[in-house]
Ligand binder design. Structure first.
Ligand code: DNO
Length: 399
């Protein structure tokens, strides 16, 4: 076997500070990208998809190592679909058209998520590590401080354990204004690819729109959505790959239903076609110690259409930070080895994999990257993961 993964790299498009030739130099040939300029819910026309493809084709001229668009990350799901509003069918119809258009253009893997309002959530996007680089941190205590004292959400304290609320209260009373500002900025940050971000008011409104929507209701809305789009995806030759919740538990009173193995079992049982698949994200799932990552890979292997590899270091009280790719709690050797063994068993093509996030380090510390998406940190991640893959294949095959 030559490869376990198709080495890939997330590219935000023409405005991304990391350009296509840098991606080639990083050693990736799969480009994971999305049409971020199209508002959520609007159709991705063939024209727009072809325009993005032509940027890659242009950069491939006279190049023996061509890039290709292998995964869409993300085709976002409109909030009204998640909320099950009366107009959800109109939004689902538009989603189907985008999906078919992508299939027609040969872009056949789509990553998306079903997290209400917010995507990934970190309380400090510049957490300094011992080696001087910075990483992303999630600290529940700080999230509580934000929720109670900055956002001032009604009855927020009821959503957390009493001892954590107490600890947060003490910490808050000692925090300086700058620290509170960092916390606020980190939590109101825009989602990847969106430059606008949240205001407190916009976030409050987003949360209000989910009042009365239980986890069970959200789950049913997800199944409704999947029952509609998966047959269309199958027909279009497209694989859908849902991204797990990050972190994998409810946040700010919002339900989250793609957090653990039982959630995955549920949605795959309800909508069994293989086009209904998973983005295996070791970082998101790995933030909860209840998730056994190798078991999840083994149980859902044939549905894993896309892989994000990164490792969080879990600490007490739902605090975690993003460690180097081969360190932290994920146990990367075992994960990659499990992928190797299953690929041999099922004789599958290499699955697209991207190093998810990287530290801000070296010259990148002077630049302004979207947190987690610096060039050098991800380059280090990819290089380490490729080395691990190379070592596993060569050792196990006695090369
Ligand atoms: C964060 C990403 C996520 C992911 C979406 C997919 O870095 O992994 O934001 O792109 O959840 O829909």
């Amino acid at each position: 076997m030559e490869k376990i993964f198709e080495q890939s790299w997330r590219w935000y498009g023409p405005h991304d500070p990391v350009n296509l030739s840098s991606i080639k130099q990083a050693g990736a040939n799969g480009v994971v990208t999305a049409l971020h300029h199209i508002p959520v819910g609007e159709v991705w026309s063939i024209d727009e998809i072809e325009k993005r493809k032509s940027l890659l084709e242009e950069s491939n001229k006279n190049n023996p190592f061509p890039l290709h668009w292998n995964v869409v990350e993300s085709l976002p799901v409109h909030e009204h679909i998640k909320q099950g509003r009366p107009d959800r069918d109109d939004h689902i119809e538009k989603y189907k058209v985008s999906l078919k258009n992508l299939g027609k253009c040969g872009v056949t893997r789509i990553c998306y998520n079903f997290m209400p309002v917010l995507d990934w959530l970190r309380t400090n996007v510049k957490y300094r590590l011992e080696d001087g680089s910075t990483a992303l941190l999630h600290n529940l205590e700080d999230l509580i401080i934000f929720d109670l004292y900055i956002l001032k959400r009604n009855n927020a304290a009821e959503d957390y354990a009493a001892d954590m609320v107490k600890k947060a209260k003490v910490k808050y009373s000692e925090m300086k204004a700058e620290e509170l500002e960092i916390l606020k900025k980190s939590l109101l940050m825009a989602l990847p690819g969106d430059e606008k971000g949240f205001t407190l008011e916009k976030l409050r409104k987003g949360l209000r729109d989910y009042e009365g929507i239980s986890a069970q209701q959200l789950r049913e809305n997800l199944v409704y959505f999947l029952s509609e789009i998966i047959p269309v995806a199958e027909e279009a030759g497209v694989k859908m790959a849902i991204h797990p919740d990050d972190p994998p538990w409810p946040v700010m009173g919002l339900p989250r239903v793609v957090s653990q193995a039982s959630d995955l079992e549920y949605i795959f049982r309800k909508v069994p076609q293989n086009a209904n698949g998973l983005t295996f994200c070791s970082g998101s799932l790995g933030a909860s110690e209840q998730n056994n990552l190798t078991e999840i890979i083994s149980n859902f292997y044939e549905r894993i259409h896309f892989v994000h590899l990164r490792s969080v270091q879990r600490e007490a009280n739902s605090r975690f930070y993003e460690a180097n790719h081969l360190e932290g709690s994920a146990g990367m050797y075992k994960l990659v080895r499990t992928f190797y063994e299953l690929q041999k068993k099922y004789n599958r093509e290499p699955v697209p994999m991207r190093p998810d996030h990287g530290h801000e380090m070296l010259a990148d510390q002077e630049k302004n990257y979207y947190p987690g998406y610096s060039a050098i940190g991800r380059l280090r991640g990819l290089a380490e993961l490729r080395g691990l893959e190379f070592g596993i294949i060569n050792t196990l095959e006695n090369k």
